[in-house]
Design a binder for this molecule. Structure first.
Ligand code: S3P
Length: 431
């Protein structure tokens, strides 16, 4: 179990690029694998989560060439996947497991999905239940709620599903199953979660229609290979955005970041806290909005975060909590119960760690109140095996009075393998 000790360094100045978007990378493999023709992917994130998705499709007979820059996915068409000879290991990746469950429900073969100790504790009923309504046969521990999941795929019925939670993983699992259903499958959610699936389905030639907080997919329509350019992941950029805001005298330009409006809650929240964040060179690439993000250190103040902003910033709360800890006044987070079922319970994980650093945090079931301090203290922080907790606490170490030691940091390689080398480069002001 590796750990790292972070001490304050120089101001953060210069330019950087962050690795490719994790959500878009997963979807490019999945749709590429079931399309006709060879899909190429540039900017693919070679983190452990996406490598788990890649390994799963290779195990189902899909040829995927990787020269280190370009991925070439030799699509096998809608019905060309082969039965895997062994359990498909999703590692720590909830996206791999939930989206694959949807896709595998429509295959005419048997498959089993499992993952690491953290993923095997995360709720799967949220996809198993609607997929079962479509006629899928899926068994799992705890009445089908926990992996390993055993899927006996086959013909599916189209359904109209009202999801109780705003979740792109639920929506995408049903959309993937919908490609194999006998008609039009619809999903509606309380507020719009990330819409990368909708955008990429359309790019690959699926027949789909979006409506208010929902989407309809027509079954049986073949997909066509595409050339995908994956932008940088705003969820990874978030750590450097917060780092530059809270470290005095900083100015960072983060190039080529995905700024899909369903993902930019972090920018809205930090701007409302007083953060200086500009989007420059805005453009569209592979049906996704992209920009360069210019951040300057700023005095932050506490705000209230709730409602529709929450799903638009769902993965960025650990980073937002660090910004809140450095802000004047109290930041209140509400409507965020989903944070309790992420890679770890992110409400209690951030509360425990920020208290260690001398911050007052009050937890409630669906959120927390964080009262900022003049100067964070040092101490020992725990990642709880969650990459985003580890990276957030490392950013806190940039401005703490004493060193912050972060334990159990190997998890960072699930989404941002070069995070610590980039952080060190900017912390020390090295060119
Ligand atoms: C993801 C959706 C989100 C997010 C996860 C990636 C995706 O989960 O937390 O990291 O790629 O669809 P939910 O949609 O379940 O909130």
């Amino acid at each position: 179990m590796n750990s790292i000790s972070i001490t304050p360094g120089s101001s953060l100045k210069g330019e950087l690029v962050v690795p490719g978007d994790k959500s878009i990378s997963h979807r490019s493999i999945m749709l590429g694998a079931i399309a006709n023709g060879v899909t190429t992917v540039r900017g693919f994130l070679r983190g452990e989560d996406n490598m788990a998705t890649m390994a799963a499709f290779r195990a189902m007979g899909v040829r995927i060439d990787d020269d280190g820059h370009l991925l070439s996915i030799h699509g096998r068409g809608l019905h060309g996947l082969e039965e895997p000879g062994d359990v498909l290991d999703c590692g720590n990746s909830g996206t791999s497991m939930r989206l694959l469950t949807g896709l595998l429900a429509g295959q005419s073969f048997f498959s089993v999905l499992s993952g690491d100790q953290y993923l095997r504790k995360r709720p799967m009923k949220r996809v198993v239940e609607p997929l079962s309504r479509m006629g899928a046969r899926i068994l799992g521990r705890a009445g089908g709620n926990l992996a390993p999941l055993a899927i006996s795929g086959g013909t599916l019925n189209a359904i109209g599903y009202e999801s109780p939670v705003s979740s792109a993983q639920i929506k995408s699992a049903i959309m993937l199953a919908g490609l194999y259903a006998d008609g039009d499958t619809s999903v509606r959610e309380p507020s719009l979660s990330r819409d990368h699936s909708e955008r990429m389905f359309a790019l690959f030639g699926a027949s789909l229609e979006t409506f208010h907080n929902g989407v309809t997919v027509k079954g049986g329509v073949e997909l066509h290979a595409q050339e995908i350019h994956v932008p940088g992941d705003i969820s990874s950029a978030a750590f450097f955005i917060v780092a530059a805001l809270i470290t005095p005298d900083s100015e960072l330009l983060i190039r080529n970041v995905g700024v899909n409006p369903t993902r930019t809650g972090i920018i809205d929240v930090l701007r409302s806290m007083g953060g200086s964040i500009e989007l420059v060179n805005e453009r569209e690439v592979s049906a996704e909005p992209v920009a360069d993000i210019l951040v300057r250190s700023s005095r932050l103040k506490g705000v209230r975060i709730e409602g529709q902003t929450v799903p638009r910033a769902i993965d960025e709360f650990p980073a937002i909590c660090v910004a809140a800890a450095c802000a004047e006044g109290t930041t209140s987070v509400r409507d965020a119960r989903e944070l309790r079922v992420k890679e770890t319970d992110r409400i209690s994980a951030m509360a425990v760690n920020l208290r260690t650093l001398g911050v007052t945090v009050d937890e409630c079931d669906e959120g927390m109140d964080i009262t900022g301090v003049e100067r964070l203290g040092g101490g020992v922080a725990e990642s709880f095996g969650d990459h985003r907790i580890a990276m957030s606490l490392s950013v806190a170490g940039l401005v703490s009075a004493d060193a912050v030691r972060v334990n159990d940091i190997d998890c960072v390689s699930t989404s941002f393998p070069n995070f610590f080398s980039l952080l060190e480069r900017f912390r020390t002001g090295a060119p």
